[in-house]
Each structure stands twice: as C-alpha cells, then as structure tokens.
Design a protein around this ligand. Structure first.
Ligand SMILES: O=C(O)[C@H](O)[C@@H](O)[C@H](O)[C@H](O)COP(=O)(O)O
Ligand code: SF4
Length: 602
C-alpha cells in the first residue's frame, strides 16, 4: 500500500523545515563517532577508573574487544512503574556476558511520579524534570567508554528525557527497555466514579483511599492509557523497543525473554558489526512522524504534543502542532483505552495491542514502514506480537482485534480522524484531545470564570458558583509562570458539573494529565498568560468559544483594548526556587517548553 498523501506531505514539510538543523545534527554525530573509533584510544588511567568497579568483567573490558553497554537507569521504588528496575542491572549484565559483551550502569536519572505530585506544588517541577533527566543521561553517557546504551525508563517525563539525552549521543545504538504494566485492578471508571462522589462530599476519605489502592496496587506501570503508556506506544512506533515489548507484565517469563533480547540485540548493532544501527539514524523524520501517528491512532496523552517537538529538536528535527493537526485529519482512531474507553492497557494488549495497531496502520499506508529500527528490517517487525514457544522467544501475527470495543481496524475506526485537534483564535493556540470527549461536547460557548490556581476553582465549585454553563479558565500555568503543571485534580470537579447537565469546558496554559479526559479542554494554550498573553486579558463573564469541530479558541471580548493583569510572583518552596532558570528561559509549549533546548540553540 502506498503512503497516504497527507502523511507524505507532512513528512516532506518536516524534512524541508529541518534541512539545516538535521544536517548539522547528523554531521555532529558523525564527527563524534569518528573521534571515538575504539575504546583503546582512551588513556589507560582513564580506562582503569572506568573499570575499577567492575570486578567480574575486568578481563573482558581490558581486552577492549567486546562491546561495552552503558545502562542508564531511572530506578526508584516510589514509582510503581519503575520499581521492577531495581533488579535489572545485575540481570542485564548476565545477559550481556551471554552475548559476548559487558554492561555497566552508566548512571541514574531522577524519576518523579505525577500521580504523587498531582495537585501539589511538586508538580511544578514535573515538566522540567524531563530536562533534568536529559541532562542526567548526558552526564551518564559522557563517560565515553560505551558502544551501545540501554535506557531503563517508562513514566511520563522519563522516556522523553532519556531520549533527548541519548540523542545527543546518537552515534550509539540505543534500546529502550520497559518493564510492563501492573495487573488490572478495579476498573478506572469505577475509580473515577468514587472520586466524583468524594468531590461532592458523598463518600469519605477511607472509602476513597480504599478505591485508590484497588486501582494502584502493585509494581508495574499504572494501567490507564496516560503518558507513561503512550511513551511505550511511541517507542514501538519509533522502532526503539524489541518488537512488542511495550505491554508485557513484569515478573513474567516473556518479560524476561524480551529484556534478554534487548541486551543481545544492542550488543549486535554496534559500530564494529555489520548491522550498525545508531540512534541518530533510527530517530529520523519518518520516526518522529510515526510517533505522532501512533499518538493520534491510539488517543494517547496530550503531554506528547509537548514532548514530540522537544524530542524531535534533540535530533535536529522541527515538528509543530500544525504538523500534528494535519496528521490528525487522516489518521483514524483505532483504540479506545481508558480515559478514552472502559478497558485498560492490559485489555488493549490482550485484544492485539501495538502489533495490531501497527499492522493496521502499515497495511493502510498510514505509517512509515521505512524506518531504521533497533530490530531487524523496518517497522514491519513491530506488527507482530511476541510470545514464548517453550522457552524460545517468537513473534506471531496478532490476528484480528480480540475486542472491538477497544480496538478496531482502519476500515471501521472509532473516529475517522485522530484523537487530537488544534484550536486557535484570539486566545492563542491550544490542544484539544477529542478522543476522550463525547462529540456533542466538542463545541462549548459560555461565559468564562477566570482563576489563577486550581485551589480557587475547587473553592468556587464548593461554593456552588460554577453550577451553570461555564468555561473555566485557569491561567498563569504555563512553563514560564510555574513550570506548566498538570491540572488533573480539576477533572472530578469539572466532571461533576458536566454530569449535572451543564456545558463546561476548561481553557488553560497549563497541562492536563494523560489520564484526563471526558471534559472538553483547550490546554497548553500558547502564548502563555505570563508577560501579557491573551489569557491575561480575559475577565469573568467574557464569552469564550472552544470548538474542536472548526478548530476555534476565541472570545468576543475586545482583548486589544485591555491591559493584561499583572504577572503573579514566582513561588518558593518544594525546591521551586531552584528551578528559576528553567522557568526564565523556557520556550513555548509548542516548541517543547524547554529552557535547555532553547538556550542550547537546538
Ligand atoms: O500524564 C499522565 O499520564 C499522568 O501524569 C499520570 O502519570 C498521573 O499520574 C495521573 O495523574 C494519575 O492518574 P489518576 O488520576 O488516574 O490517578
Ligand atoms: S504511570 Fe503515572 S501515576 Fe503511575 S507510576 Fe508512572 S507517573 Fe506514577
């Protein structure tokens, strides 16, 4: 099947817009590769420092003949998703020895859980933690003694941060190693129901905690299709996983076989072999467009409207929301996973999962087959699903959808177009995740109430002031104002208002969680309110229109005739004062909201 025209056109535009920056990136990677032909060019005292801690592997390392793999781990056991990584390094080192290689933990990165910081001040560090992770990855790999890299990370900011960091060492072959979702707990919709009851004061804290623990109950990634699981989807579509590794649960034999395969594979695709697959060449314009296509076809997290442009920049590629919106016109919605549907990622995986989605997209000419992956060949391998035949890892055709409530073919999708729309007008440009919102709510026009904190919204709700058709505006939540927190704690409140029969929408320059949905929301509004953006000129009662059908985000108020309200002062506490440089130099959400990339001139 030939490639869809629109996808072809968008990709050509991305290539054209990236011509100079991509050439400069590839040139730098080539120079980096050429300047490190061999570890034996590193001085002996430097090497001795690198090897001193690796008692088992010193003889092999000394020979300088075997590939040495750097592991970058984001392990901590506060993130349920990352808890399984605690034991990974020792196992990965054993697998490396089997493959005639050595492995070292090159370094660790922080990893924060947005589930823990949701609605708290710690959330104001969250987006910038991606750049801290990229910097930490850079620090880890700056010890130039590696021939390949393995990235251990799953959750929201971690995968984008690892990828951004690793791309600056893109001459190394690099594989992402997920550790899989936790088993299904209580249905996510039930969890949401109890939250709404709590917001209305109808159940108490004990009942709420019981329900939350029924959902988040053991090690593994949380099972909603939020940012973490969207990351896993993207790594498949970019060909950076062992095919089908995304959603295999921790502690299973299959998981172990996939981890083992990742180590064997990264040892085989280094520059000394005859199948060199450096990260810089894997992540090209086709791969970035594929990531966006996957996001749209599966109704993935809105956070990736920020992360994809940021990841692309690290590879010298320019990708923006016009590209995303144009792709969204032609990429059908093939999956409905909570918050866009009832089932979770385990159900999605059982129904055919990523193998099915990628197979459908490739078959219909809706994704680039032609990408260099870390596996053999092109993206076709990712249309298969892994399994065990006795103890041998095999890949099979996933067959038809095992559950048409959550996974559908291109010939009969949930929606003819993708799950994300661009809305724009005199209030700026914003993202609207249409996949989670009922179509009759795609247009909301109502007088607005303007807030500057989530807490103020909750108070107005409790006081009954929001019991009407309303566009809730929460401003000064952009990257430069306060680090662009997720405002997911608004979901139960706005959900209750919607369920009471009101027409409600949210407009904000902040983010929502990948777990948010249901309520129409124009988010990541850019330019942000700080320093005079249009949201800073809105007043209570102005009529605001959000329309995902026509792509509008506007008000009938004469904004030009008004002065913006003054910027709030930055707040201190929970370490926020340390992040001033990230806030001060961050660029817009559409560019990735990154001070690191902006000041690096990338
Ligand atoms: O973007 C995301 O996917 C979120 O950051 C997610 O990781 C977060 O932790 C949720 O806010 C928790 O979701 P619940 O509200 O369902 O607990
Ligand atoms: S998926 Fe979200 S809530 Fe779950 S561990 Fe990761 S960051 Fe935390």
């Amino acid at each position: 099947m030939t490639l869809n025209d629109t996808i072809h056109r968008v990709t050509q535009r991305v290539i054209e817009n990236s011509r100079d920056s991509r050439a400069a990136y590839l040139d730098l990677m080539q120079r980096e590769a050429d300047s490190r032909p061999d570890r034996r060019s590193v001085s002996c005292s430097n090497l001795a420092h690198a090897y001193a801690g690796t008692l088992h592997d010193q003889p092999e390392l000394k020979s300088g003949e075997l590939p040495n793999i750097g592991i970058v781990t984001s392990y901590n056991d506060m993130l349920s998703a990352h808890q399984p990584y605690g034991r990974y390094p020792e196992r990965l080192k054993i697998y490396a020895r089997e493959a005639g290689a050595t492995a070292q933990v090159a370094g660790g990165t922080p990893a924060m859980c947005d589930g823990v910081t949701q609605g708290e001040t710690g959330m104001e560090l969250s987006l910038f933690s991606r750049d801290v992770i990229a910097l930490s990855t850079g620090v880890a790999l700056s010890h130039a003694v590696y021939d390949g890299a393995l990235m251990l990370g799953i959750c929201d900011k971690i995968v984008p941060g690892l990828l951004i960091g690793a791309l600056r060492f893109g001459y190394l072959p690099t594989i992402f190693v997920p550790s899989g979702p936790m088993p299904t707990g209580i249905p996510n919709k039930e969890k949401q129901r109890v939250r709404q009851l709590y917001a209305e004061g109808k159940v108490g804290r004990d009942e709420l905690l019981e329900s939350e623990l029924g959902s988040y109950h053991s090690p593994g990634t949380c099972t909603f299709y939020g940012t973490a699981n969207s990351n896993q989807m993207m790594m498949e579509l970019m060909g950076l996983h062992i095919p089908g590794a995304a959603f295999v649960q921790p502690g299973t034999k299959l998981r172990q076989a996939l981890d083992r395969a990742a180590v064997h594979r990264v040892a085989a695709i280094g520059h000394k072999g005859d199948d060199y697959r450096p990260l810089a060449r894997c992540v090209d314009e086709n791969a970035i467009v594929n990531a966006a296509i996957g996001l749209l076809a599966t109704g993935g997290s809105t956070n990736h409207a920020i992360h994809i442009p940021a990841m692309a920049r690290a590879a010298g590629i320019r990708f923006d929301w016009d590209d995303l919106a144009e792709l969204s016109h032609v990429v059908p919605l093939l999956a409905r996973v909570y918050p866009n549907g009832a089932g979770d990622v385990n159900h999605f995986h059982e129904a055919g999962g990523m193998g099915y989605v990628i197979g459908e997209l490739l078959e219909a000419g809706l994704a680039h087959r032609d990408v260099l992956t870390v596996s053999e060949g092109d993206l076709s391998r990712y249309a298969e699903e892994p399994g065990l035949d006795d103890d041998t890892l095999v890949w099979r055709d996933p067959g038809p959808s095992g559950n048409r409530e959550m996974l559908r073919p291109v010939s009969d999708p949930f929606q003819a177009d993708g799950g994300m729309r661009l809305v724009q007008g005199n209030l700026g440009r914003a993202c609207f995740k249409s996949s989670a919102v009922e179509q009759e709510r795609w247009t909301i026009e109502a007088p607005c109430r303007v807030f500057q904190t989530q807490r103020e919204v909750a108070e107005a709700f409790k006081a009954g002031e929001l019991d009407r058709d309303v566009v809730v505006v929460v401003r000064f939540q952009g990257p430069r104002a306060n680090g662009m927190p997720e405002l997911h704690k608004l979901t139960p409140v706005l959900g209750v208002l919607q369920d009471r029969g009101y027409r409600v929408a949210l407009v904000t320059d902040g983010r929502m969680s990948g777990a948010s949905g249901k309520v129409p929301a124009a988010i990541h509004c850019t330019p942000e309110a700080l320093a005079g953006g249009p949201l800073a000129r809105l007043r209570d009662g102005d009529v605001v229109r959000v329309c995902a059908v026509t792509g509008e985000l506007s008000t009938n108020a004469d904004l030009d005739a008004r002065e913006p309200v003054p910027d709030p002062l930055p707040e201190a506490g929970t370490g926020r004062e340390l992040f001033a440089m990230f806030r001060n130099f961050a660029d817009g959400a559409e560019q990735g909201g990154s001070a690191m990339l902006a000041t690096a001139g990338l």
